[in-house]
Write a protein that binds this ligand. Structure first.
Ligand code: SAH
Length: 278
């Protein structure tokens, strides 16, 4: 598997919107049971599938929010809306999900209707760096594996504008490590439209955007070493669905994912961060 193979299978799209609209990225929710983010594993859950661990990660995010019944929450980079639905169910709050992808926006709306949650969920196809809603619209928010697509400072600035004073912000991020290579940074910029930053950038990023940084939790060991094996298991289990979506591109598509996950696990950590709007 090489970088040029990735290029010939269309893994490189011009924009982040094309990237998430592409068939290859529609594989994510198939492999991860509707989620479009990574999982959390520990010794007690070592047998958990990718989807079950993604659900566990989502619950860790929900546990770190302080949102309550009837309050308004914003999910910045919401995928197909599964975490938003889980949060609305767990906390009886209203969630507005924002995604730049037209495909995800459509599926998220359909899923909310199917779940009978259209009155508590709404989805906007918009850039999370300029959301067409007034200042101080929300009582809480999160970036769930999405901020690295947006430019950290700009994304946090917009979150600060949208949140009321005192509102909680939760996010997951994939910080660079001391040994992260420039070749890796070029690769992820080109292929997955991502810019990663070191964890020690966070105190200044949060302060500059108007947040009090509350906690940075390094959960790299619960995510990165598990990714490739668990992805391979998910592909095996869901192979007929993968072929239904990707046709004769299925092998290449999953090879791209293996390559990417391995490369990311070598070069990035995983953190969960909480902050409060000042
Ligand atoms: N939070 C979801 C999806 C994570 S994938 C989940 O955990 O399941 C990253 C998400 O960020 C995708 O939905 C993608 O469309 C969105 N995204 C990336 N850049 C964006 C931008 N500038 N504005 C809005 N959404 C963006």
């Amino acid at each position: 598997m090489s970088r040029s193979t990735l290029e010939t299978t269309g893994a490189s799209n011009d924009t982040v919107e094309d990237h998430y609209d592409s068939p290859a990225l529609r594989l994510g929710p198939i492999l991860f049971d509707e989620h479009l983010h990574w999982g959390y594993w520990d010794e007690d859950s070592r047998d958990a599938s990718f989807g079950a661990a993604a659900e566990a990660m989502c619950h860790r995010m929900i546990d770190r929010t302080e949102i309550g019944p009837g309050e308004r929450f914003v999910d910045l980079g919401c995928g197909i809306g599964h975490p938003a639905l889980k949060l609305a169910q767990a906390r009886s709050c209203h969630v507005t999900g924002v995604t730049i992808s037209g495909y995800q926006h459509r599926i998220a709306g359909e899923k909310a209707a199917q779940a009978g949650f259209s009155d508590r969920l709404d989805f906007l196809q918009a850039d999370a760096r300029s959301v067409p809603l007034p200042d101080k619209s929300f009582d809480g928010g999160w970036f769930f594996e999405s901020i690295f697509h947006m430019g950290h400072a700009e994304a946090l600035g917009e979150a600060a504008r949208l949140l009321k004073p005192g509102a909680g912000l939760v996010l997951t991020d994939l910080p660079t490590l001391p040994h992260t290579t420039p070749e890796f940074m070029d690769f992820v910029h080109e292929h997955i439209h991502s810019v990663f930053v070191p964890e020690d950038r966070y105190p200044a990023l949060m302060a500059d955007a108007g947040f009090e940084l509350l906690n940075i939790e390094d959960i790299s060991e619960n995510v990165m070493p598990w990714l490739e094996t668990k992805l391979r298991e998910a592909v095996q289990e869901k192979w007929s669905d993968v072929v239904r979506l990707m046709g004769d591109q299925a092998e290449k598509a999953v090879d791209n994912w293996y390559y990417l996950f391995e490369y990311m696990a070598e070069n990035l950590g995983y953190t969960m961060i909480t902050a409060r709007r000042l």
